[in-house]
Design a protein around this ligand. Structure first.
Ligand code: DHE
Length: 539
């Protein structure tokens, strides 16, 4: 194991590349452009700018379509479809917007590599396994902790779900994206946009960062081995750039295996250097992870039972599904996995038991389920739902081929929403409500609004409310998470990092705001993950 002080190379490294000077930009301006592009644009448009969730932005194609500096400035300022209005939201200044318009018309800089050796050199174990507690040292109800991402602070806050007290703040990487739990809930696994993975131990009195590794230069997903007999043995990180997945030791994050996902698109024969790993889930039926390969449109079943470190190939089954796979979650039975192919306007279903493709279901424009919402509807039986970024719609899909075959893998109900721009949707068996945010809707009123539909009677009008104080703080309400017993749900007010905001806590039955979690530390809260629900895939 090697220790390294150079764990912050992500952004800077991704910003290194050919110093192409074009559109009158100086080398310094090109560097600034690369940095902004990585922070705001690459996730949707790709580091090579070939497009995915967002449109192709290759300079030749932009120029051929007559898209000049003024046109691009207007789009970056005002937004377009699901794309945020970077100017109007105050995230980019007019000077930065001018720079970005010129940057987009300049040659695409070559993104740097990140090798297995680089991962090893940027891997640190802070607390060896032998020095970790063998039982919880805390007397708190740690299974009801919430891990709250403080996105632009590069931190994860651990909040006691019973008392609402801050238990500790753990420094993480740049723009931490998601947390996932070990099967027993003891560890939070963290992944940031800079490809940095961390393990947080919740059994110590104060949550402790026990290991970290910089796995890639750009990433969004992480999970652990959850199948019986393999609990906590491995972790896997899905990388955006370089396009690959990396298997790590589940206790120390020691890198074990790196597998490239570069490859061909079946339908066009095009070779993709940027073929990114989007969502990952851990199967409950076999020692496998389900990885969604975005641009190529494949779902990979990665067998972790036979990871042979002596050089034998890893067993990966590749299923052709749909292009532009993104986020998704289990159906209620945890057998079927539903994932959004967002730019293809489809939901793909995979059977984790048989390892087969089941269905591709047309839905609305840019489905974005998060992990989706599961409940039992009186007529349709078990259903799963997704919202959409571009459409005012929630698609409710039947998920019970045995008990309700006539509804299985069909949209049984398309609910109209008051706004587009939904990012997350959630429910719990203890709540009669399906809760929906409008984080990327075009108006501040919509961004501050939450709506709740009666799960049993989807025909009824929803109850919608503008969250008091959110608009004044220029905050967008985002990401709903229930507590362990399902009696309340939490929603983050995602503002600017200079101003503290809040996390609103609601009664899951009455929808009354019970309390607000506040404090100087509550800055740019985004996703939050309840230990019990995350470990047990309850959503
Ligand atoms: Fe996410 C999940 C990718 C923008 C907050 N996001 C995911 C997943 C992917 C993804 C692939 C699924 C992970 C999994 O389940 O294994 N997200 C991307 C992007 O590429 C995109 C569109 C642009 C980008 O540059 O990152 C993007 N995401 C955002 C945001 O702007 C959000 C709101 C705030 C942020 O962190 O930047 C955001 N994404 C989240 C959250 C989840 C998520 C909170 C987990 C939801 C859950 O309940 O599991």
């Amino acid at each position: 194991m090697r220790w390294s002080k150079a764990l912050t190379v992500g952004l800077a490294a991704l910003a290194l590349g050919a110093l192409a000077v074009a559109q009158g930009l100086t080398p310094e301006q090109m560097e600034e452009g690369k940095k902004i592009y990585f922070q705001q644009c690459a996730g949707c448009h790709g580091v090579l700018r070939k497009g995915a969730t967002g449109k192709n932005l290759e300079p030749d194609k932009l120029k051929a379509a007559g898209k000049n500096v003024d046109y691009l400035k207007a789009i970056i300022t005002n937004g377009f479809g699901g794309m945020p209005a970077w100017g109007k939201l105050g995230i980019l200044t007019p000077e930065q917007i001018d720079l970005m318009a010129k940057f987009l018309l300049s040659p695409v800089p070559e993104p740097p590599p990140w090798t297995f050796e680089d991962i090893k050199n940027n891997w640190v174990v802070y607390v060896p396994v032998s020095k970790r507690p063998t039982q919880p040292e805390t007397t708190r109800n740690w299974q009801n902790y919430f891990g709250v991402i403080l996105r632009d602070m590069g931190q994860v806050a651990i909040v006691d779900g019973d008392t609402k007290e801050l238990v500790g703040i753990v420094p993480t990487g740049y723009a931490t994206h998601i947390l996932r739990s070990s099967k027993d809930g003891r560890y939070f696994y963290v992944i940031g946009r800079d490809g940095k993975a961390e393990i947080i131990d919740l059994w110590t009195k104060k949550p402790t960062l026990v290991a970290e590794a910089k796995v890639c230069l750009d990433a969004r997903s992480i999970d652990t081995s959850k199948y019986e007999g393999y609990e906590g043995k491995y972790a896997v990180v899905g990388c955006y750039w370089p396009s690959n997945f990396v298997i790590l030791d589940g206790q120390t994050l020691e890198p074990l295996k790196m597998v490239s996902t570069q490859g061909y698109v079946k339908s066009t024969g095009e070779f993709l250097r940027e073929n990114r790993v989007a969502s990952i889930v851990s199967s409950h039926f076999s020692p496998e992870w389900i990885l969604n390969i975005k641009e190529g449109g494949q779902t990979w079943l990665v067998d972790y039972a036979n990871i042979d470190l002596k050089g034998k190939p890893i067993n990966v089954r590749m299923i052709d599904t749909e292009r532009f796979l993104h986020d998704g979650g289990w159906a209620m039975d945890k057998r079927y996995f539903l994932v959004a192919a967002n730019a293809a306007k489809k939901i793909v279903v995979i059977d984790a038991k048989t390892g087969e493709f089941v269905a591709s279901i047309p839905v609305g424009d840019k489905p974005h389920p998060g992990r989706g919402a599961n409940w039992v509807h009186p007529k349709y039986g078990p259903v799963w739902a997704t919202g959409h970024i571009k459409d005012n719609k929630i698609a409710v899909i039947g998920t019970d081929p045995k008990g309700h075959p006539e509804y299985a893998w069909k949209v049984v109900k398309m609910i109209e929403t008051p706004y587009p721009g939904n990012l997350f949707i959630k429910t719990h068996e203890k709540s009669p409500w399906l809760i929906v945010d409008f984080t990327v809707a075009p108006t501040p009123e919509a961004n501050a609004t939450l709506c709740a539909w009666n799960k049993e009677d989807l025909e009824k009008d929803p109850i919608c409310w503008e969250v008091p104080g959110a608009k004044k703080l220029k905050a967008r309400m985002v990401h709903i998470e229930f507590n362990k017993d399902g009696s309340e749900f939490w929603v983050s007010a995602w503002g600017n990092k200079d101003t503290p905001t809040f996390i609103a806590v609601y009664d899951s039955v009455t929808l009354k705001e019970k309390t607000r979690i506040t404090g100087d530390w509550v800055r740019t809260p985004t996703g939050k993950f309840n230990v019990w629900n995350t470990a047990n895939d309850i959503y």
